[in-house]
Write a protein of this length. Sequence first.
Length: 173
Amino acid sequence: MDTEEGVIVSWFTGRLPEGWFSGQPEFVIDREEIALVGALPVPAAAEQASDAERAAMLDGHVQRFREETRERRIEIAREAEHRFRRKVSWGVSCGDEKVMFTTLSVPVMTRLRQQERQVLDTLVAAGVARSRSDALAWCARLVGAHTDTWLADLRDALQHVDRVRSEGPGMGR
């Protein structure tokens, strides 16, 4: 975690009300967004429930948390957005479920050659995606799902480069 991410995580750790989550929330931070996912404790009654009852109970538990914390989450998000110049997205995990309450969709411009456009058009024609934009997002999710380890290694290498660069002599001094 770089210094800026550490500051963001520390700020949220100090700002979040105690008892909202069991344990430290998970943070995913990029240039535009701070996504925070906190773990909710599974209700004790869910242990004896059938699968359908358990799913309904967890869904109700998540929705109750969402409604009861809405105003405080909005207040905290506004403060963080002003302080860190990034949008804040909220989510929770409860049992095996992960639910994002808010997320940010950022437009990305790209230039594609005909062969690449045909891939997207095939996904649209097959009903996998509604549009080229959805098809491109689908492709990015697919690549991300199948290359998690490689992407994690690449991110670690980039953080190392940032550390070394920050410790080096200043440019133009």
